[in-house]
Design a protein around this ligand. Sequence first.
Ligand SMILES: *Cc1c(COP(=O)(O)O)cnc(C)c1O
Length: 399
Amino acid sequence: MPMIYLDHAATTPVDPAVVAAMLPYLQERFGNPSSIHSYGRQARAAVDDARDTVARCLGARSEEIYFTGGGTEADNTALIGVAEANADRGDHLITSAIEHHAVLDTCAHLEARGFRVTTLPVDEHGLVDPDDVRRAITDRTLLVSIMLANNEIGTVEPVAEIGRACREAGVLFHTDAVQAGGALPIDVEALRVDFLSLSAHKFYGPKGVGILYARRRTRWNNLLHGGGQERARRAGTENVPGIVGLATALALSAEKRESEAVRLTALRDRFIEAVLARVPRSRLNGHPTRRLPNNANLSLEGVEGEALLLNLDMMGIAASSGSACTSGSLEPSHVLRAIRVPAEAVQGSIRFSLGRSTTAEEVDHVVDAFAETAARLRAMSPLWQEAVECCPGGRCETD
Ligand SMILES: *Cc1c(COP(=O)(O)O)cnc(C)c1O
């Protein structure tokens, strides 16, 4: 078997059609969109077209789309930009315990500057309760930021309902849709959002380019200062090839979305059911049905997730220990903690995220490799001996 890549939540390969669309803008059409001459005008037209394409895909207006250097920058701009621009009206933000670090660490940054942040808990499936949002809103609240889909456990949040609550209260609403981009239909009106972040490399586009959707007539400050690019909202010469690539990738994803969702959901469930049946004392993390079509996050008692990953890698299988951002550190994932995965299972957590190249043969092969590896590692593991002795019948429910 050649290499099997099941880490599409960390990043995706660039689609060949996207590469083809980008190439001219790295080569003969290399102009700076701010230049007056024909090179410049050609690049400007490409950026304008890309903006129109993105707007159409999101049900937004072109002038509400701002290109950024990725999802992290879009998240930072929404949170810091809104907080700073509206500091005369309030000082309070609301988010959830399972957001990406691009949101959570930005909230911590704002707290250090005198803003207050309410971090809402989630239920055992990772869902935010819209009523919790309603109750947390005060007359000092400036912004609510709740993600559309979680990058570790795949849970899809009730964003439209949260949007309704925010609108009723007259509070601005941002969603980090980075992990949902390409996988779920994204319409800014249906979702009732004022700000939305996307990143191209999560939907078969290039790395280092993203978008911030910002509804007309919202007040927000830009993060970067300098030239007048992006209608003076994001200084710096535009990443023209990246922007062209992002728009091409988003349009392509929209075309493939429905058929891919059906195909991936079937593969995902085939994988999850087989693992749960074959690996004793394993559990699925995240919501059983309200989850991204490509996400399977599993926890096993009595195995170290890192050991599992390394062994799978030696067998040519690429997966992730819950979150790419926390792998390499021994900190247990904040998301798995927030959904209260039992302590004895949290260390043995592993995320498989399927993608366009994933086949049924690959899934079946990975199930075999995974079950065999887990059994082999458990046979040598004092953790596993402990788990079996502690409660032979099954999972230890300590809380
Ligand atoms: C990947 C990711 C980000 C960060 O996007 P970058 O383009 O890598 O900066 C933010 N939020 C979520 C949910 C993500 O999955």
